[in-house]
Every structure is written in C-alpha cells, then in structure tokens.
Design a protein. Sequence first.
Length: 127
Amino acid sequence: MQPHSLNNAKTLLTDDEEANYDLFISRIQETGMVWGLQAKDGWAVCPSLEFEKTDVFPFWSEEADAKVHCNEDWAIYTPASISLEEFVENWLPGMHEDEVMVGPNWDAEMSGLEVEPADIAERLGAM
C-alpha cells in the first residue's frame, strides 16, 4: 500500500483501514495528542455509513491528516488538538454515552473504520 500525498504533505495513512486504525492508536500514545476539526459552533461530525441514526466524530493522529479535510463543505473547520488524557477521560466516555462512533484516521476520501468509543478506550488500556 502506498501512502497518500496530501497537499504535498506526506502522510502515513494508506488504503488499509485497519492499518490506519492501528496507526491512530500507536501515534496518539506516542504523541499524547488527538486531532479533530473544530469550528466556532462545534466539532466536525458526519452521519455513519454503517449504523442508522448514528453520528461519527472523525479524529486523526496527525495535524496534517486532519487539515486535509478543511476545504469545501468543511472549510469552516480548523485542526484542533485534544490531549490524550482529555480524550480518554472525557471524550470517549461522553461519546459512548451519546451513542456516537469514532472515525480514527480517515483518509483523504473520508474513508475509514467506524469504531465504538469503548473499543478505543480498551485499545488504549483505559478500561
């Protein structure tokens, strides 16, 4: 699998959604940061393709991979960092309670896995 070239920036994301998820887990553990897209009125969210009446919050392990999506319909958003501690202690439990999914390291085409917040917490050793 070849990494995508996004706006002349190198990315480690590939066409392999499982590998992108694994990369998400390993990189956020290494850096202590998670990246989402934020605007004045809140965070980027999109409807699930897998689950009816379910929303997905996309997150990335690298700012550059998040920034690629700040165009067209999402031009109002900018990459915003969340500490891993805040993500684990506040975001994941809140998303679980709200019954929304996490989109970890979606590629430039917004393709990727939709993962239960509790599954991410478990992978991070937080459960």
